[in-house]
Design a protein around this ligand. Sequence first.
Ligand code: ZN
Length: 503
Amino acid sequence: MKGLKLLLSTASMLAVTGCAEQDGLESKIEVHLQTYEAARQLVIERNYQSDEPISRQEWEPLFNVADEFRLSDAELDELRARQSKLIAQNKIIASENSLIDLDSLRRDPAALADFCYQMPKGGMLHVHPYGLFTRDIITELLTRYNPIIEPEYFITTVKNQSQVLYEHEIEALRSLPESSPFLDLTAAEQSLFTDYFFLPTDPVSHDFTRFDAIFAFVIWMVEDEHLNEKMEVLYLDFLHRAAAHGISYIEFTNGYSPTVESIELLTRWSDKFLEETGVVVRWNLGTVRFLPGDVIADYFKAWNALLAENPTDAIVGIDIYAIERGNPALEKAQHSYGYLVGYNSENENYPLEMTMHSGEMGDPRNVRDAMVMGVGRLGHGVLLKQDPIAIEYARRNNIGIEMNINSNHQLSVHDKYAAPHPFIDFLRLGIPVSLSTDNDGIFDTNRSKECIAAVSTTDVSYNELRALSYNSITTSFASPATQQVLVDDLNMRFIDFERDFAN
Ligand SMILES: [Zn+2]
């Protein structure tokens, strides 16, 4: 299931060295990158061939190189300077090849909003279904199922899960009746309760633990015997809206029990959603990373074995999510990702690709370690910017990055107004970045608003926006045949869009 390696507008990009012959720095970088390959072999040995995970003490020295290959401070500066030069050069090339000048749009918010809404976007590769609920859908579900609301349940659950509600929010929640069906609440009380399904807008940015508390409400609302019918309402609502924003492909990430029934459900949903909304839907199996590594591995190994016996196009990959801080990649993921990278290297028709939330927060080495463990994409990947060697690995190996500007802004990962979001540098370094939303509903965003954020807070050019759209297909986990259909479709959409925009 290897992705197409299409050479699009990045084909004209320059190499970091700028000349064919290798220099001393380039040879040293290659020695560093070889440590990644050696570490991967050990991950396979210890997690696929045997069941003897690697300790951190054993792990870190794997990335040391002999003294003669170590980069001096001056050489590290030189590497960063070469990367900066590449960023500057590719910025100019992209700008010169751009059919549409975005500068006039930057001065006209209404025109920019219209442009971003109309622009073909390809896919979204980082979407959590539980984060997609809009006010309308929440009201519809709470009205239809009329659950009993008990404020103390939420306050206790959030506290027990080390999540956070602010003091004034706890007080406001306690102003509701101790126990009442949703429909018995006044309109004002219903509205107040519904607010807890969204991130407060004042202040704008929050710690992850405040964000995480929202899922206590969502899980309470959906997880019962009506789960699938509730989720189907949600998926269809979201996909219809996504289609209107020019989205043709979605990868959803969610947990499903490893059963034949789940395979049938997800395959049936993909078929139905394509038919009703025109959007191609694929599924990444995910689980929370705060579970023990061996428990996470049992889950993914069960899925892998099941899919090897019962193949489907609909289920394409794995992911781990939830709070990265305190749950580093090596300790949490090697048992499963190490197993799968070994399995995949031995089985041509392996069922599952890999992505991992890494570099959103927490240990910056997670980005390196996810790549060592064989991921095809990084979720968020913001902290990659701290490691120039890992950047070299990502750009030379076409590692996709699923970036989410507004999520990062609202979770104190990257203030979009303080500095340009790093997606732009990664893109200019030749890394196949794409834009997604993480959680449309919770962050009150969508792929068009991510486009607006990209254009209004960075100097991205039109050609680069195009590249983001194509990258979202070519780094997807869809089969090569499906990718080809989606690329052909995207080509047609761009022809129409550019013709309409010219008039
Ligand atoms: Zn996420």
